[in-house]
Design a protein around this ligand. Structure first.
Ligand code: ZN
Length: 423
């Protein structure tokens, strides 16, 4: 298949699909016209329903919903028992989200399979498209739940996690018609020997491509990361009567630590460190903060750089706390390894981008993606698509152009052509 067999309006169609999905939003965001579709809410299930319908309409041979809510479409190869190319991304969202984060990586392969089916063409491999039910960790604390189920990383304790209303994940699953049992979830684990690899298309979620004026970017690695939830303890006392030199102010320790995070993460390119939450539990305007809770989010291109960043930040934090006579406890809430792209798959994306006449631009991913889960069991590589509005994401201002979405479909098609030994 050549790219001119594709619908030239494929990109416009993808934008329309994304608009349709964005109508499914949960209260109270829906009333404000904002998009929020967290795991297994009505909005989330309606999104899954649309995706399943569009996969069927586009010519996928089988479309099923699995035990964690992933929507799985398979477009069969010319011959039975062919190897499988897996692709996909997530359809859950953050709160007040953009329309393309995750969903673009589902809609682009649907458009590609629609073109194959229209042409009556079968490839030398199955295409397995997985619309992952959960990646963002919004309703429950578990993240990458959809892709984690495929790699055998679904923690049985997650079923007992509760959402903000005290509903357990198990009960939320059962209310959605899913079994809510580990036997069914464990069975989702994929046998890597059947798979050629995993590719994921995703909006960049950053400003690099738009600043460089290139529509597509080939991902070289997904950053390693670590997150901590910290609690600083000082002494709550009268804000009027306690002299400055006699205070043990927990908030000031946390503030100094956050400045140290900025300083340390600025030492090398590619490192990022963020204190995204800071609160004084039960604080008052006239009381010296006696406690402060804050978070650390630390990321780096390699595991070694991430580990060095974590070690230095925690040591610096302890030193600041000790000097200020503040107790400090930091608990790790997440640790993910870097996921360098498989060289052969990265090269396939590079050839695909070059084949459609676009410049080959490489970049690493500061954000986590489902591909980093699949990375643990099979080779993977990602393609980024340029976002407008300085690449803003996790925000309703997230946009892409129809032209860039069309280029993503063309590049994906070129990758399928490259891989197809029938063609
Ligand atoms: Zn995403």
């Amino acid at each position: 298949m050549t790219t001119n067999m594709l619908n030239p309006d494929a990109g416009a169609h993808i934008l329309q699909w994304a608009d349709l999905l964005a109508r499914h939003s949960e209260p109270p965001w829906d009333a404000r016209g904002e998009l929020t579709a967290t795991y297994l809410t009505h909005a989330h299930l309606a999104t899954a329903g649309d995706l399943a319908q569009w996969m069927r309409d586009s010519g996928f041979d089988s479309v099923t919903t699995d035990a964690v809510g992933n929507v799985v479409g398979v477009y069969r190869a010319a011959r039975p028992d062919a190897p499988v190319l897996m692709t996909g991304s997530h359809y859950d969202t953050v709160r007040n989200a953009g329309k393309y984060d995750g969903r673009l990586g589902i809609l682009v392969p649907i458009a590609c399979v629609a073109a194959l089916a229209r042409a009556g063409r079968r490839l030398s491999f199955d295409i397995e498209l997985v619309a992952f039910a959960e990646e963002e960790g919004q309703r429950f604390r578990a993240t990458f739940l959809g892709s984690g189920a495929l790699t055998g990383d679904f923690d049985p304790q997650w079923l007992d996690q509760q959402d903000a209303h005290g509903l357990t994940m198990r009960d939320a699953m059962r209310a959605a018609g899913l079994p809510g049992e580990m036997a069914a979830i464990g069975a989702l684990r994929r046998d890597p020997s059947r798979y050629l690899g995993f590719v994921e298309v995703h909006i960049e979620q950053g400003p690099v491509l738009v600043e460089r004026a290139v529509p597509l970017g080939v991902v070289t690695s997904i950053n390693a990361g670590a997150r901590y939830v910290c609690e600083a303890g000082g002494r709550a006392e009268h804000a009027g009567t306690t002299p400055m030199g006699m205070r043990r102010d927990a908030l000031l320790a946390a503030a100094e630590i956050s400045l140290f995070v900025e300083q340390r993460a600025s030492l090398a390119p590619g490192l990022v460190g963020t204190v995204g939450q800071m609160e004084v539990p039960g604080g008052s305007i006239n009381v010296v903060p006696g406690a402060c809770r804050f978070t650390l989010d630390l990321r780096a291109p390699t595991n070694a750089q991430r580990d060095a960043l974590v070690t230095d930040v925690l040591a610096g934090a302890r030193e600041i706390a000790a000097r200020r006579q503040i107790s400090l406890e930091c608990n790790e809430s997440m640790r993910v390894a870097a996921a360098p792209s498989d060289p052969a798959w990265q090269a396939r994306w590079e050839r695909a981008v070059a084949a459609i006449g676009q410049p080959v631009f490489r970049l690493n991913s500061g954000a986590g993606h489902d591909a980093m889960k699949l990375h643990t069991i099979m080779p993977q590589a990602m393609l980024f698509v340029r976002g407008g509005n300085r690449g803003i994401s996790h925000n309703p201002l997230e946009i892409i152009s129809a032209e860039d979405a069309t280029l993503a479909v063309q590049a994906f098609t070129a990758l399928l052509d490259d891989l197809d030994v029938n063609g």
